[in-house]
Design a protein around this ligand. Structure first.
Ligand SMILES: Cc1ncc(COP(=O)(O)O)c(C=O)c1O
Length: 410
């Protein structure tokens, strides 16, 4: 095919030609038109997902890559992958579960997930004080998928969900994916649900009461409790649904953090009675469209819950010990201030007495051989912070902290 519109470098591609050929004939002639048309053609290819956001590598990532390319060491205090930090769920438990599953493997899809698996999860909530049946549970591949389902069920395009001012950055992407917004300050006409992260990432705060102001909004509540097991006081384990029986409450969790099994991909939505009554059938239908939670991991969950408790308790204990020691060390720096979180495994030290921006400080620390995240990654507020993970292996964590303290003195 011979295209008859040329730009200064030669012919338009066949695809551009194809698109241009849809335009009215009088626009099809000058060079100017050609440039304009090319633009129109390219615009057609711009993805609408995150279209107004810059998704290029940020300065911090570039600095890390440069340092690594030069072969220089970098202690990574941002890692939240337990399998890289020595937290390996006992292999025997998984192998035994796999043997049982593969010896009698059969595909038996269930729209909410396998009943036996849901029974264990319902029991887990009942033991924590919220009486649930397997009917209240929907199994997903992870909490990201659970969020997507809930956003699409609770919101129409352009609606919003009220979120904390500082939050795990993934939520912005998930919201964009569902064409909704994360509303940071106040409830608007288009707010369709409230999101709580408890224990919070990265603040570590745990919600353990009913807030009458929140209840007045009369909106459904999504409670992300992926760090629920990582509380320093087991009394802080009451599910949020206990405090809001009069509102639909969705608890999101999974085995990714709880048992350090992010690779096995099993999450869930645990609804309270009202959420089940209003949204249960639609969520079930949505889940049935994807059935993402794989059958092996569903079959393995009872064994993971039955035999994985000792591993989980040791992991939580080890993280809590590191948190306590890290807090002491961090507070020995005149430039940092942090308190012990109630839960989770992150620290959010405030930066004191330094003029540089968070980003400049983080770049300076990278030059000193240690990576932490700047506070603004999780939301912009006036005070300056760093974010670091105490999941990191003990020796690496404390070497990294020493480097931070020394680096901030320069
Ligand atoms: C608060 C919070 N929610 C959800 C997730 C995602 O968890 P999952 O592994 O189930 O996708 C994370 C991951 O770090 C998180 O920090």
């Amino acid at each position: 095919m011979q295209p008859h519109f040329m730009n200064k470098d030669g012919y338009c591609s066949e695809l551009d030609y194809y698109k241009i050929s849809y335009l009215p004939s009088h626009t099809k002639n000058s060079n100017f038109c050609c440039a304009l048309l090319l633009n129109v053609a390219l615009n057609k290819f711009i993805m609408s997902f995150f279209e107004n956001q810059n998704i290029e590598l940020n300065a911090i990532e570039v600095a890390c890559q440069n340092r690594k390319a030069q072969g220089l060491p970098l202690s990574d205090l941002t890692c939240s992958n337990p399998t890289l930090q020595g937290y390996i769920f006992p292999t025997d438990i998984l192998k035994n579960a796999a043997t049982q599953y593969f010896n009698s493997r059969i595909y038996d899809p269930q729209s909410k997930g396998q009943l036996k698996t849901r029974e264990y999860i319902a029991k887990y909530y009942t033991e924590r004080g919220l009486k649930l049946s397997p009917e209240h549970i929907i199994l997903t591949a992870n909490t990201s998928e659970a969020y997507s389902f809930l956003f699409s069920i609770l919101c129409a395009t352009g609606d919003n969900i009220l979120t904390p001012a500082i939050t795990y950055p993934l939520f912005e992407f998930l919201a964009e994916y569902q064409r909704i917004q994360m509303q940071k300050n106040n409830v608007t006409q288009r707010t369709k649900a409230l999101l709580f992260v408890s224990p919070h990432n990265p603040l570590g705060t745990v919600i353990q009461n009913r807030d009458t102001e929140i209840a007045k909004f009369n909106l459904p509540i999504i409670c992300d409790e992926v760090f629920a097991e990582f509380v320093r006081d087991k009394k802080l384990l009451t599910p949020l649904g206990v405090y809001y029986p009069d509102l639909p409450v969705f608890h999101l969790n999974g085995i990714s953090k709880m048992f350090a099994l992010p690779d096995l991909k099993l999450g869930w939505i645990a609804m309270n009675d009202l959420a089940l009554k209003i949204y249960g059938e639609r969520l079930e239908l949505l889940n049935d469209m994807f059935l993402s939670a794989n059958s092996f991991v569903q079959a393995a969950l009872p064994a993971i819950f039955e035999f994985g408790q000792e591993f989980k308790n040791q992991m939580v204990q080890s993280i809590n010990t590191k948190l306590e020691q890290a807090v002491k060390l961090i507070n020995s720096s005149k430039h940092l201030k942090v308190s012990l979180p109630e839960g989770g495994y992150y620290l959010f030290p405030q930066i004191i007495g330094l003029k540089e921006t968070e980003e400049e400080i983080v770049l300076k620390l990278i030059a000193h051989g240690v990576l932490v995240h700047p506070g603004y990654f999780y939301g912009k507020i006036e005070l300056k912070h760093l974010i670091l993970s105490c999941l990191v292996e003990k020796q690496d964590l404390f070497n990294g902290l020493e480097k931070i303290i020394a680096g901030l003195e320069f």
